[in-house]
Design a protein around this ligand. Structure first.
Ligand code: ADP
Ligand code: ADP
Length: 220
């Protein structure tokens, strides 16, 4: 059976970091909606042009665009056995669309890992975040530094700071999260899929908690 795991949490909660580790441990592809948009922006595709203004303003890209994009990604052969979804869904409308999409594949969401972090910690994490150009691998200047400053440990590409990690945009993104994404907590709780993870711990401790939850539900 295919395993679709959602990572839910505010910007900076550690979704991308944990998704990367789960990917290394379980082999499921890591689908980061933000990274797909940034890649399209870099390559100046039609999708990138559509998304650009929203991303720069710290707003969500309209649902129809995000849904179409994820549909295309999940239809790729590497997602046939499941995927780790990082950054999608972000609204209840997106969550409904994802449910329908997976039903078409005779599948469903396996679980939603909800990473909780205090707001003060989010800002500290985002202001020190560095990302690799090639594949979006994530580092932090203090909490998770690369072995060689400015270079990705995994693929050797250059690290950069995201434009939308500037303090004004970060505050806007956290606001948008509370308004538009937080309703998903109730949405998935009601479906019995939500698993809360304390994100105010070290990267390794959080991952231990996540792997225990996944083991308990039989994802290994
Ligand atoms: P973070 O995890 O730090 O919030 P992401 O990389 O997930 O950042 O997202 C960056 C930006 O990409 C968002 O602020 C938003 O503009 C856009 N985005 C990413 N995923 C979605 C989505 N599912 N729906 C709408 N917009 C999205
Ligand atoms: P998200 O995908 O939820 O926006 P990231 O995984 O990109 O979050 O993490 C945001 C920043 O915080 C990155 O710089 C990352 O290296 C750092 N980080 C992630 N998890 C932790 C943690 N548990 N403790 C300290 N820093 C962390």
């Amino acid at each position: 059976m295919a395993r679709y795991i959602i990572l839910l949490g505010a910007p900076g909660a550690g979704k991308g970091t944990q998704a990367q580790i789960i990917h290394e441990k379980l082999g499921l592809p890591h689908i980061s909606s933000g990274e797909i948009f940034r890649e399209n922006l870099k390559n100046q595709t039609e999708l990138g042009t559509l998304a650009e203004g929203y991303i720069k303003a710290g707003q969500l890209v309209p649902d129809e665009i995000a849904i179409k994009m994820i549909k295309e990604r999940l239809s790729q052969p590497d997602c046939a056995y499941g995927a780790i979804l990082d950054g999608f869904p972000r609204t209840t409308h997106q969550a409904d669309a994802l449910g329908q999409m997976l039903a078409e594949f005779n599948s469903s969401v396996e679980c939603v890992l909800y990473i909780t972090v205090d707001d003060q910690v989010l800002i500290e994490r985002l202001s020190g975040r560095w990302v690799c150009r090639a594949e979006g691998h994530v580092y932090h200047v203090i909490y998770n530094p690369p072995k060689q400053p400015g270079i990705c440990d995994i693929d050797g590409s250059a690290l950069y700071q995201r434009d939308d990690d500037k303090p004004e945009t970060v505050r806007q993104r956290i606001k948008v999260y509370y308004q538009q994404t937080q309703p998903l907590i109730d949405y998935y709780q009601q479906k019995g899929l939500l698993r809360e993870i304390d994100g105010n711990q070290s990267i390794d401790e959080i991952n231990e908690d996540i792997m225990k939850v996944l083991e308990r539900i039989g994802v290994q």
